[in-house]
Design a protein around this ligand. Sequence first.
Ligand SMILES: *[C@@H]1O[C@H](CO)[C@@H](O)[C@H](O)[C@H]1NC(C)=O
Ligand SMILES: *[C@@H]1O[C@H](CO)[C@@H](O)[C@H](O)[C@H]1NC(C)=O
Ligand SMILES: *[C@@H]1O[C@H](CO)[C@@H](O)[C@H](O)[C@H]1NC(C)=O
Length: 342
Amino acid sequence: MVSIAKVLLAVLGVAVVVVLIAVPTVIFLKEEEGSNMRTFTLFDVFNYTLKPASYNMKWISDYEYLHKETDGSIFLYNVNTNMFEEFLNRDKFIARDASDYQLSADRRYVAFMSNYNKVWRHSFTASYSLYDRQSDKDITPSDIPDVVQYFAWAPTGNKLAYVWDNNVYLKTSPESPREQITFNGEPNKILNGIPDWVYEEEMFSSNRGVWWSPGGKYLAYAEFNDTLVHNIEYSWFGEDQYPSTISIPYPKAGTPNPVVKLFVVDTDNTTIVTEVVVPASFSKLEHYLASVTWVTDNRIAVQWLKRQQNHLILQIYDISGSSRNPVEHLELTSTGWIGRVC
Ligand SMILES: *[C@@H]1O[C@H](CO)[C@@H](O)[C@H](O)[C@H]1NC(C)=O
Ligand SMILES: *[C@@H]1O[C@H](CO)[C@@H](O)[C@H](O)[C@H]1NC(C)=O
Ligand SMILES: *[C@@H]1O[C@H](CO)[C@@H](O)[C@H](O)[C@H]1NC(C)=O
């Protein structure tokens, strides 16, 4: 005979199981019903609604950085003292319709950037207005045209360089008049201070073709001659009734590459421009300017690469001496393929 106690125990066991299943289910269903959380789709990823958390910062010393707050103001943070203070009010950005800024190394001047227009992967044009933090005044006229292709403060002080209409300009201070360094710039033919399409995309991965020496005495700049490079053309279906034709010098295998030259201008006397000459063994061959790095304020390290990309020369030139002779030379050859030495 089955005892009453055993039956009761079995019933209790079944009840416990039912409760264990039912309660979480009810809670779960309830949550789903009452929640205002929405599911997400791939579109949320593509339009950047869903993205990893990030934090924007520009280091301006070993222990200080600038951070753009969500309201658009810039704050200066000191990581030694954990103190922070407002550095640029958001109204300064709103007044100039500025989307970004660059601070001079001496922290006195701000170049506010507006009218950003994307060109290729890295390149863009923009307008820059100069603001003096000390006097709380704009520098007018700034002497900087509206459609600038590249802008860079010197690594010390407040000299600046920019590229406009494919020519390089510099100002030894925001208040000084601009000095034009190159004169032969021409769209899709001669580009000074900015890379052409192929150098931007395949060599530098950057929109930069000027390099300040660390102390700001010299500015190196590249000149690209794309005159003989064949063009690729395509239709651009923009806003107008008829599409326009975009034409880009685009070398393919067996056709001419851009011809590159490297120059250095002395900012103390901008009529003194020195060509940093490619090593003789490459001068008659098609070659690339692979990288430019200042070693000191007088010495510049340049990597030149044969078009075949099986032979690279890294050469250090002394700019201050009268001869501009190479002072160090390293050659790499390969039966395979060499990229840049980083
Ligand atoms: C992004 O896409 C999602 C899904 O289509 C949409 O709900 C959301 O509002 C979009 N966000 C923005 C900022 O466009
Ligand atoms: C650019 O290359 C073309 C074709 O070789 C040449 O005629 C022209 O003089 C070059 N321009 C410069 C500034 O070197
Ligand atoms: C700049 O350099 C040129 C060429 O060396 C020289 O003739 C000129 O006097 C210099 N100008 C100044 C202001 O030093």
